[in-house]
Design a protein around this ligand. Sequence first.
Ligand code: NAG
Ligand code: NAG
Ligand code: NAG
Length: 421
Amino acid sequence: MFLFSIYLTVLIGFYRVHADSSLDEREIPLHDEAKLHKDLLHDYNVDDRPVQDYKNTVTVKLRIALKYISFDSLEETFTMHSWMALTWKDVNLKWTPSDYGGIKEIQIESHEIWTPRLALFNADASLYQSDSFYTTCLLAYDGIVTCVPSVAHTGICRTSLRRWPYDSQNCTLFFGSWMHTGEQVNFTFYQKQPVVTDDYQNGPGWRLMNVLNERLPGKYSCCPNTTYPMLKYTFVMKREAAGPAAIVVVPSIVIVILTLTSLVLDVKDNTRLLMTCFSLFGHFIFLTEIGYDIPKHSSDTPIILLFVRDSMIVTLAAIIVTLLLMSLRRRMLPPPTWIVSINRLVSNGPGKYVIFTEFDPNDTTEVKVLSEDGNSSSANEDRTRNAADWIQFANLLNSVVFITALIVYLILIISYIPRDN
Ligand SMILES: *[C@@H]1O[C@H](CO)[C@@H](O)[C@H](O)[C@H]1NC(C)=O
Ligand SMILES: *[C@@H]1O[C@H](CO)[C@@H](O)[C@H](O)[C@H]1NC(C)=O
Ligand SMILES: *[C@@H]1O[C@H](CO)[C@@H](O)[C@H](O)[C@H]1NC(C)=O
């Protein structure tokens, strides 16, 4: 214990001595850069707009070097990561290079000088986004300040998802001064290359097609002497569609083919009913599956979802029709005369080429023999003949249903399947 306190005393004593000696050493003369820095910031107020007369304008030039863009179409927010080059002239930060050993440029921390506050007007307000920045700026002897902060801006972007996954979106960011008028702080673009995309990398799922920039003068009828200019950047982006197309578009065509194929199959065969039911089941699974992938809360639903919905209804109709046709085929009662006459009409007219005949050749020959030898009086033959009429009518209906389904699908595909253009 005793030893320990001696140790502590020595330590504190040593520290004191050391601190005192470092205080003495501070009398070393400043070199030119430090002297310039000290002189520039002497009596400088970071809150004062750097103008000689309050009526003068500080013109701030802006250049965006895009780095990365990410886009959340579910949340409808758009984030731009960039280096923003801001340049303006600060009349209070000038010097004569010959007074300071010929120094023409120095680095200065942005919090030590006045900086323009660049606000994003359509910002996602749920995130805290400061309109000031902290970085090291470059200052030239004529008062030109250049700051290049690396910043991310998140804005709200309304999306239109009708053509998902082949959609392209336009997202716009509006920048300007939150409180200063255009007469106090005038934001403008760099004349050369206001937007640089040399170092740009595409974000996940999106390809940047174009960036448009425009300066809105911000003249309003209320205030003829003041303007509220805004810098508008529009990003035209296209979705990388190969992945979503493989997941959604191709399978939806597969289930359509499954439903159509099942309609060609023989009604007698249980495979047809099985296949149609399987297709309906597939629709359910598929809808559940793509529900996770598709942004479905947008004001306009992706049309591919409507396609799968309608295809499901068609498949359900196919099941009902199949059951109906199965029961028709089993009928033994004499068919109504209109059915017989429709059968005659179709089998004698050009319609016979459109009708699928039975796949089982025995059935067809039976029907043919019976229709040729119509005068039989035996009750048994009568029953067979009735059955043949029903079967023929069922085949007729089946063909009509198939053609209708085909047409419905053609219309659905033309109007609902999004295409890449
Ligand atoms: C997006 O902007 C481009 C270029 O101005 C325009 O051609 C296109 O129609 C716009 N798209 C949408 C969805 O507004
Ligand atoms: C601001 O800059 C724009 C474009 O450079 C210019 O047309 C406008 O006159 C300027 N406004 C003021 C008040 O200086
Ligand atoms: C705008 O400026 C003009 C001339 O400088 C002046 O006569 C007028 O009163 C001003 N208008 C407003 C609304 O300040």
